[in-house]
Ligand binder design. Structure first.
Ligand SMILES: O=P(O)(O)OC[C@H]1O[C@H](O)[C@H](O)[C@@H](O)[C@@H]1O
Length: 231
């Protein structure tokens, strides 16, 4: 049986509140709350099961940025993930699903370590909860980055305010926990899977562990979580 290049899993909470996950990268490609889309996906994004999806929430692992041995931002966003637990309604009415990525021949060519990544999503009435964990089942210590590269859909980035950064040191490009990115016009022109007229409609607020590596001794797990909420 032919396996489709990309396929999606939908968490449906009712009341036009849904979350759609593409198994290519376990990329959340849509989050609708009362039918209002919250995430940006470029019209130029290519769904060929090879390239990363340009938008939604790609998962950056095992490294942020370029690498000598593998693709930019790692292979998790271009690997096909398994659906570990299909969407299930919880007693609260919320909907939960789980995804998993294990090391395989392909990942071993770029990063020769065993690992298990587990991604758990819970869709609530106005919130989306993310839990992601990296487990090291091997005998060697692992060192990696992990980040959720969230592309928010906004009416006009030039009129956007991102709060909660007060007191943070501003470093152009990187910070240990949160990164804000928009290509703006010139860079947008250079990105093949991004329309140059689209930059006002998105802003990435990325949370993760990128400036220093996550160090995982054998048999240990690193867990991170993120909650998105519509006010
Ligand atoms: O084009 P990509 O590989 O998806 O990377 C998109 C962007 O990701 C991050 O936000 C980096 O800080 C940017 O430098 C990079 O351009």
């Amino acid at each position: 049986m032919a396996v489709p290049a990309t396929s999606v899993v939908v968490l449906d909470r009712g009341n036009n509140t849904t979350c759609t996950v593409n198994l290519h990268g376990a990329t959340v490609v849509s989050w609708r709350v009362n039918n209002q889309e919250q995430l940006f996906v470029s019209k130029q994004s290519v769904f060929d099961g090879k390239r990363p999806i340009r938008g939604g929430i790609p998962i950056v692992f095992p490294q942020f940025g370029p690498s000598n041995t593998g693709p930019q931002h790692g292979f998790a966003r271009i690997s096909r993930w398994e659906l570990k637990k299909p969407p299930e309604r919880l007693p609260t009415g919320d909907v939960e699903a789980m995804f998993q990525l294990l090391d395989n021949e392909y990942t071993r060519t770029m990063w020769n370590y065993p690992f298990s990544l587990t991604y758990r999503l819970i869709l609530r009435e106005k919130e989306l909860h993310f839990n992601i964990s990296v487990y090291n089942p091997g005998a060697e210590t692992l060192s990696c980055n992990l980040l959720l590269h969230t592309y928010f859909k906004v009416p006009d980035v030039r009129r956007c305010q991102i709060t909660g950064m007060r007191g943070c040191t501003y470093i152009d490009k990187r910070s240990p926990i949160a990164l804000v990115w928009n290509p703006w016009l010139e860079k947008a022109k250079e990105i093949p899977d991004f329309g140059e007229e689209e930059f006002p409609n998105m802003v990435c607020v990325e949370s993760g562990h990128v400036t220093s590596p996550i160090v995982l001794p054998p048999g240990t797990v690193f867990e991170a979580s993120q909650i998105l909420q519509v006010m």
